[in-house]
Write a protein that binds this ligand. Structure first.
Ligand code: G6P
Length: 609
């Protein structure tokens, strides 16, 4: 969603911000803006649409001279995408400008209060309310004004602030929305995401909730509640900068698809020693595990789809009821959560608002929360009882690929680890699964090496307007992710169905030429799935089937085209089967000329409910 980047120092700020904003584009946005603070006061430029529009308006930065400024990409919440609603917002007195990520929940009340005092508003945003509130408290002491305003703001926010009276100073305050401060050679930085400033510095401070930072070209000072100055520890970001760049690939999504063998290897190999799964990250008491009556797996989007695969696998391995829940539904559904419940939260960003809310509700109800997270130090990682990092590296494309694969890999580790303690797995089965896990990266490489076949299939089907995915058991779980991947980047309507369910309604939509993609990797149920394929084929559907090398013979006579994946342990099949489907979505979107890394209306990290 929204992105923030700020700079104060001896360089020109505007080009630095434009570059930072481009690096934040992946988060999803619909308008962009920049404020420069200097001897001439505050100068603002904002524009609906891509950062490029903004850049053209200010001559690539050359038309906005000055060494201090803040830029922002906005993903509309309060008020439509427009020049007026874009950030930065400037206060009624003209002295203060702010950018904001998050949502001010009590903005209407505060707005009414300010209107009653005679304040006039120019936009529909909650951000302008925060800006005017700071101006309202401003009497020459900007730190105090920010602190007073922050005390009255409810909701989640990361604010970047400049004040005309302090031309080389940036202020930042946050609550439940991330902000980092970067220490540079010729100036200091402010950003919502390290990717925006990594080309300038790796030395960063992570701002905590309710803390205020005051940034000048030579210093960064921190103030906790009550404006007590505090010391913070400098952190070193150890990402390789190329990890957040395209490195010769046309799209981040394709690069991240290709990175999966290595990403999965990094997730798995440090946690498997001498044929045993070692989860140093979690501390489960065997008695606690044995007392468990239920496991909930909670997430949004693709993370939820990982949960659906894991539900099938964990129930099989652990013999405990496992439920996969959409985080947005979970906490309002009176979940049966207590001290005998384990809640597994899955989130790439660790920042998804609904998943955070589900995690907090679970803890409040007495459950232990284990999270599977990619972004180190994120809210979900910090607040969970245990966290297993996926170590996938930065994921930039909105459509997730390597995060999905590494999350899935972690669920296998959890399954093996717990089944071993619970005694619900035989030694042979355990060993076979570990062997399968260790072979996953090379099998993923094999699938990727035949990507041209998927590209060819995409060229046959890219102009379809309705596509149905069917599958049973873990293949059904996979249809959910495959269908989501396709629709989010290609804008083709598609739906995912449990293969046996189609005849209870949806089969009425099948007509001559409808494409049905059948996921038939799960050998145990392949004949059942073939029966369902026959049902749609005899009503005119074209059939593209995904199966394993050993499954080809079973589906050959009913399929128009077949995608083959290597055989593996049945629990692990989704890890292999998802990759051709990611490639298929990618190539279809490419052939349709879609904006692959930045699909319309979508955001990488959804920080609002
Ligand atoms: C957004 C992204 C999805 C992602 C979901 C959950 O909708 O576009 O790709 O699966 O959020 O994100 P999380 O960071 O919690 O995994």
């Amino acid at each position: 969603m929204c992105g923030i980047v700020g700079y104060t120092g001896s360089q020109e700020a505007a080009p630095i911000m434009l570059d930072g904003l481009r690096r934040l584009e992946y988060r999803g946005y619909d308008s962009a803006g920049i404020v420069i603070s200097g001897d001439g006061g505050l100068r603002l430029c904002k524009a609906k649409g891509y950062v490029e529009n903004l850049s053209n308006l200010i001559g690539g930065g050359a038309l906005m001279k000055g060494g201090t400024g803040i830029g922002h990409t906005r993903w509309a919440t309060h008020g439509k995408p427009s020049d007026e609603n874009a950030h930065p917002h400037i206060s009624y007195g003209g002295k203060i400008a702010i950018v904001h990520n998050g949502i001010i929940e009590n903005y209407a009340k505060l707005r009414d209060m300010l209107i009653a005092k005679g304040v006039q508003f120019k936009s529909e945003t909650d951000t302008e309310v925060a800006c005017n509130l700071i101006q309202y408290f401003y009497d020459g002491d900007i730190l105090k004004a920010v602190s007073e305003a922050a005390l009255r703001l409810e909701g989640s926010y990361a604010l970047g602030i400049v004040c005309e009276d302090f031309p080389d100073t940036l202020l930042a305050v946050r609550k439940e929305s991330p902000l980092v401060l970067g220490v540079g050679k010729d100036g200091n930085f402010l950003a919502s995401d390290v990717a925006a400033i990594l080309q300038h510095t790796r030395d960063v401070y992570y701002l905590d909730d309710d803390e205020i930072a005051v940034v000048t070209p030579r210093s960064i000072k921190f103030y906790a509640a009550g404006l007590v100055e505090t010391e913070k520890e400098l952190s070193r970001v150890d990402w390789d900068i190329s990890a957040a760049e395209k490195g010769g690939y046309e799209h981040f999504m394709f690069k991240e698809i290709m990175e999966q063998p290595e990403a999965v290897r990094k997730t798995l190999s440090p946690r498997i020693k001498d044929g045993r799964v070692l989860l140093d990250d979690v501390r489960f008491d065997p008695d606690y595990l044995k007392s468990l009556s239920r496991i909930y797996i909670v997430g949004c989007g693709s993370a939820y789809h990982v949960g659906v695969v894991a539900k099938y696998n964990l129930e099989k391995l652990l013999r405990i009821p496992v439920e996969a829940c959409l985080a947005s539904e979970f906490r309002y559904a009176s979940p049966l959560v207590g001290d005998k419940t384990l809640v597994i939260c899955i989130s790439q960003s660790g920042m998804t608002a609904d998943t955070i809310a589900a995690m907090r509700e679970s803890k409040r109800l007495g459950a232990r929360v284990l999270s599977i997270v990619n972004v180190v130090g994120s809210v979900i990682a910090n607040e969970s009882d245990d966290v297993i990092y996926t170590w996938a590296g930065p994921e930039i494309a909105v459509a997730t690929t390597k995060a999905y694969s590494t999350q899935l890999a972690v669920t296998y580790l959890i399954g093996l680890y717990m089944a071993d303690i619970l005694g619900t797995i035989t030694k042979d089965e355990y060993d076979a699964l570990v062997r399968g896990l260790l072979e996953l990266p090379s099998k993923l490489e094999k699938i990727l090496s035949s990507k041209e076949q998927v590209q060819y299939l995409a060229s046959i089907y890219f102009n379809k307007e309705n596509i149905f995915f069917i599958g049973r058991n873990i293949d059904y779980a996979l249809t959910l992710e495959s269908s989501l991947k396709l629709k989010e980047i290609s804008y083709i309507h598609s739906d995912a169905y449990a293969a046996g369910e189609l005849k209870h309604g949806t089969i009425s939509l099948i007509e001559d030429g409808t494409l049905v993609i059948a996921m038939a990797s799960y050998t145990q149920l392949i004949d059942k799935t073939v029966s369902n394929i026959v049902e749609v084929k005899s009503r005119g559907a074209e059939i593209l089937t995904l199966t394993t090398e050993s499954g080809v013979a079973s589906v050959a006579h009913t399929s128009d085209n077949i995608i083959t994946i290597p055989d593996t342990h049945e629990v692990l099949l989704p890890s292999l089967a998802v990759v051709p489907m990611q490639l298929f979505s990618y190539y279809v979107a490419l052939m349709r000329g879609c904006s692959i890394d930045k699909p319309r209306n979508l955001a990488k990290s959804v920080t609002v409910e």
